[in-house]
Design a protein around this ligand. Structure first.
Ligand code: KG4
Ligand code: ZN
Length: 339
């Protein structure tokens, strides 16, 4: 079955053609990072306008790279939640129109669930359930127990910032460009992760929940002092690198340690990770170093960590098998949602 996946929830216009849930025939995107950089984050109205300009060319490119035509498609899958409402609507309406014009089914995909599927799609082995799902992206930080594709229990999430958001905010404090994660990781290579005793938050009522706002404030104090007088320009390159390395260590060690606590508590046989922060080599190293029980750990492969159309198309295939198709005219863009 050939599925076209469309992803426009935030600042990537992404399309892919995937066969039978995991054979990626094409996976193309047009990133808007350069256009949003000047605003220090995503400017929603600009994101919508750029999706309008770029979506049709991206759909065409995904078909060309897969060496197929529209008529070969069997299903359209599109992210409809969560994200920026204008941005989602561009992708959703294009998917609705194509579905009606080609007379093929159409399915709405939850963006976070698609991130979670990315590592499953990348694994060449039989999927291992129950598993721990770890979503670490710019908008979400979550632990889930995965019983099967489409069947999850949420274990915990963040009570304030998402981990990727914390990277982006700390990067801004250090005058690094958006998105901050890769720049912090690069700067941290020259720093000492134990130079500042930072710690991510502990949520008393539920110790598996996440909190990064206190950590962020501690970084702010290291940079600006307690009376918020100066910018980061007074710091030496080594001081900045030490702050970046210590922040990165504190934030990512918290993800790793809570993930392993949860995998033990919920008897998980494997760990599947998803979301943009899984691009981090430091996160991969920590998961490797602290994997005392030798659990199989799966990261998304190249091109499937950040927002992409392949994870949407791949998950669409499974949802379709489970008869979860949407009526094209009924489905609405939903900016906020859990699952
Ligand atoms: O999953 P994603 O593309 O967007 C959402 O759905 O939210 O993730 C983007 C996030 C950004 O916050 C970015 O700073 C973060 O992923 N990120 C990283 C790294 N690469 C990307 N965070 C830490 N270390 C990295 N190497
Ligand atoms: Zn995402």
């Amino acid at each position: 079955m050939l599925v076209l996946g469309i992803e426009t929830t935030c600042d990537e216009t992404a399309c892919a053609i995937v066969k039978d849930g995991n054979k990626i025939l094409s996976n193309v995107l047009s990133s808007q990072i350069d256009e949003h950089k000047q605003f220090g984050g995503v400017y929603p109205e600009l994101a919508s306008r750029l999706h309008v300009d770029r979506l049709i060319p991206m759909i065409d490119l995904s078909l060309r790279e897969a060496h197929i035509t529209k008529k070969d498609l069997n299903l359209i899958a599109v992210s409809y939640t969560p994200g920026l409402i204008g941005a989602i609507t561009i992708g959703l309406n294009a998917a609705k129109a194509l579905s009606c014009a080609l007379n093929i089914p159409f399915i709405g995909i939850h963006h976070i669930e698609a991130h979670l599927y990315a590592a499953m799609m990348s694994s060449n082995q039989k999927l291992l359930f129950p598993a721990l799902g770890v979503v670490v992206s710019g908008g979400h930080t979550m632990l889930l127990k995965i019983f099967d594709i489409g069947h999850y229990d949420i274990i915990s999430s963040t009570i304030d910032d998402a981990v990727g958001e914390a990277f982006d905010k700390v990067a801004r404090m250090l005058s690094l460009p958006y998105p901050g994660g890769p720049h912090i990781e690069q700067l941290a290579l020259d720093g000492d992760p134990l130079s500042h005793p930072y710690k991510a938050g502990f949520v008393k009522k539920n110790p598996l929940y996440f909190s990064f706002s206190g950590l962020k404030t501690n970084v702010l104090y290291s940079i600006h002092g307690h009376n918020n007088k100066s910018s980061s320009s007074h710091l030496s390159p080594r001081q900045k690198a030490d702050i970046a390395a210590s922040f990165q260590h504190a934030a990512l060690f918290d993800i790793v340690s809570k993930s392993f606590q949860a995998s033990k508590l919920f008897d998980c046989k494997a760990v599947y990770l998803g979301g943009g922060v899984t691009q981090s080599n430091y996160l991969k190293k920590l998961f490797h170093d602290y994997n005392l029980e030798n659990l199989p750990i799966f990261f998304p492969s190249q091109g499937l960590s950040l927002d992409n159309g392949a994870m949407v198309a791949g998950l669409g295939f499974h949802k379709y098998q489970k008869q979860q198709c949407s009526d094209p005219l009924d489905l609405k863009a939903i900016p906020r949602s859990s699952f």
